[in-house]
Design a protein. Structure first.
Length: 199
């Protein structure tokens, strides 16, 4: 029997530079143009999908972006290969049923860290930092299953929040210092240092 209505969803996995995280990519937009990070179950209330993913005992954190979910496993879970089939099947069924991914109303009231959206209250330097993050950094780190969000700027120092596969990744500090800090210093002379804050 052919199901009508909801399209057939396919899910494939991609390794990330962080061995503790795996990227699950769908052939459907999950959260168009945005991303949201749930570092623990307590923060996941705005996302019915994240809440259900946290019911798996081996899931430590959930990051949802345009067409993928990056999951971080607990250290006790030895190998991703043992749990990938279970997660792929769960995501396929969840998305085929058309269930909610993120509840925007609840997300608006949750105080989640960082945003790269330019607001009217931003000064010129902050606007340029956010635009650089959005246009140059976001596409590259999303390919690796993560995100880097603006947190604050003060006296030449930019504070960023690492999310998804970037959080706790051994190579993310090299990316941050060698890549992002170098580019910001070149393109925005006011920037003297870029640091990451753990969530």
């Amino acid at each position: 029997m052919i199901k009508t209505g909801n399209p057939v969803i396919s899910i494939y996995t991609e390794m990330t530079p962080n061995p503790e995280t795996m990227k699950f990519v769908a052939n459907k937009l999950l959260y168009p143009g945005k991303s949201v990070d749930f570092p623990d179950e307590a923060s996941a209330k705005p996302s019915p999908l994240a809440l259900e993913l946290f019911t798996f005992p081996f899931i430590k954190s959930v990051f949802i972006a345009s067409n993928f979910v990056t999951l971080t496993k607990t250290f006790e879970t030895d190998d991703w290969q043992d749990v990938i089939p279970t997660i792929k099947q769960f995501l396929k069924e969840y998305l085929e049923e058309g269930k909610a991914v993120v509840n925007e109303e609840e997300l608006a009231t949750a105080k989640l860290e960082g945003s790269n959206e330019v607001s009217a209250s931003d000064d010129d330097v902050v606007k340029r930092i956010k635009e650089l993050l959005e246009n140059y950094v976001k596409p590259a780190v999303e390919m690796d299953g993560g995100a880097i969000q603006f947190k604050s700027y003060e006296e030449g120092k930019v504070n960023l929040v690492l999310q998804g596969s970037c959080s706790g990744c051994p190579s993310s500090m090299i990316t941050l210092k060698a890549g992002i800090e170098g580019m910001m210093k070149r393109m925005i002379p006011e920037v003297k240092e870029v640091v990451a804050e753990a969530e």
